[in-house]
Ligand binder design. Structure first.
Ligand SMILES: [Mn+2]
Length: 450
């Protein structure tokens, strides 16, 4: 299966190789060569080069010999010009397809079908969770209709898990309606490349299904307006990884050792016997990579990476996904970040990094409150400081605060003191203005926490 990345690399190699052979290979044995196709292997360790050359069989053989002796030079140049960390091995094949019909394509397909390595296995799953998984499968398999919903304001794990499961059930010929409480049910810009969005149904069009599956929801409340309709199903299956999960389903496939719901969905889909297509793998990989902060959080275990390896082997274009997720900010985001960084102060007693963003800033730069979500991730990356606070002025003049902790302070508890809530490491709250008094409230709450 050629992924977009291998396709892109193949095209680049084809471009530079044609030039190189024409201009830099002086070997008189080499005739007038036209590169017809370049097929890199999925791991890019090798590229099969297909070419045609004018002349008879003797001239064909002379060209092949000439190209083979020029291969070390060509490989080095290709690596340099295509900017690959490791230049792929080049293997030249005379493409006599014009004479022999379509056979080159079938040869190529054959090459890519042959597994090159024993393959990554699915990571292990605890026996008790596997039991719940099997019960879930038995319920799902006989269902005439399956409704799946993730939580409101879905993140990468919610969307990736939802769409992967929907694609797999669809593949098995089951009637599936995936959705969430959204207005409208449309993929947020960051995730608009996720495959399977055509299966989504609107929140209002969702009817109580025979079997309902909630994904990535710690509580039934996270289903928002869909809660009642999901509960009306004959069976509600709860697939999640949150420690705080309330086991609200009739069947609860809750694995708190999983770093993402996507890993549990992967187990479910595999047990179902569905083929893990590149589309399904991409959705699940997005769930994994977003919920683990690109594999940086404490929740990451060997089995998390094993799941990633398993998915990459099934056709995830890692570079493409990373770029879309993490390098696709609009320029206004940089302007926003500039202001926040410029204003950042290192507060003492208690120690924390503080910055703020006003309503006027947003109007000035032309961004919405949603666009400011990721700013705190840059602020928090400071050495030897545990707590970071970002205050954002809302349209009504109140300050919306975000806390981040690296572990020494339970900012969830601090936020609670301020009437907010959240987790130990990430929490939020709201305080009244003006800025100075908002900062004082934060300082007071943080002082009590230590
Ligand atoms: Mn999650």
């Amino acid at each position: 299966m050629a992924t977009r990345r291998t396709q892109r690399v193949g095209e680049s190699i084809r471009e530079v190789l044609g030039e190189l052979i024409q201009r830099n290979v002086k070997d008189p044995r080499v005739g007038f060569v036209t590169i017809t196709a370049v097929r890199p292997t999925p791991d890019l360790s090798k590229a099969h080069i297909y070419y045609t050359v004018l002349g008879d069989e003797r001239e064909h053989m002379a060209t092949q010999a000439g190209l083979e002796s020029a291969t070390p030079f060509l490989r080095k140049e290709v690596g340099r010009l295509v900017r690959l960390k490791q230049a792929p091995e080049l293997e030249f094949h005379l493409d006599d397809a014009p004479e022999k019909g379509q056979h080159v394509d079938s040869i190529i397909q054959e090459i890519h079908r042959t597994p090159s390595a024993p393959g990554f296995q699915l990571p292990p799953i605890a026996p008790d969770i596997e039991n719940h998984l099997i019960r879930a499968l038995e319920t799902i398999e006989g269902a005439s209709s399956i409704g799946i919903a993730c939580h409101v304001a879905p993140d990468g794990d919610a969307l990736g898990s939802l769409l992967a499961l929907a694609l797999a059930l669809h593949q098995k010929g089951l009637h599936v309606t995936p959705t969430w409480d959204g207005d409208p049910v449309e993929l947020p810009t960051t995730y608009d490349f996720l495959p399977g969005a055509d299966l989504l149904v609107g929140t209002n069009d969702f009817r109580p299904p025979e079997v309902a599956i909630a994904v990535d929801c710690a509580t039934a409340e996270r289903l928002g307006r869909l809660q009642d309709r999901m509960k009306k199903a004959k069976a509600l299956v709860n697939v999640d990884h949150h420690v705080s999960n309330t086991k609200f389903g009739a069947i609860n496939v809750v694995d708190t050792s999983a770093a993402s719901s996507a890993e549990i969905v992967l187990q479910l889909i595999s047990k179902m016997g569905a083929e893990i297509t590149p589309e399904i793998a991409t959705n699940l990989y997005v769930g994994l990579v977003t919920d683990t902060g690109s594999f940086r959080y404490a929740s990451v275990l060997p089995k998390t990476h094993a799941a990633a390896g398993f998915l990459i082997q099934r056709g995830v274009d890692v570079a493409d996904v990373s770029q879309r997720l993490f390098e696709s900010y609009r320029f206004t985001y940089l302007q926003l970040l500039g202001r926040v960084l410029d204003r950042a102060t290192l507060e003492k007693e208690p120690t924390f990094v503080l910055s703020h963003l006003t309503k006027a800033d947003r109007a000035d730069i032309g961004v919405s409150m949603d666009d400011t979500d990721d700013v705190i991730d840059t602020l928090r990356a400071v050495r030897d400081v545990d707590v970071t606070v970002l205050l954002k002025e809302r349209d009504d003049g109140k300050w919306k605060g975000s806390f981040r902790s690296k572990g020494a302070t339970n900012v969830g508890a601090v936020a609670q003191q301020l009437g907010g809530g959240g987790h130990d490491l990430a929490a939020g709250f709201e305080v009244d203005g003006p800025l100075e008094s908002a900062v004082e409230s934060v300082r007071a709450a943080l002082s009590k926490a230590r």
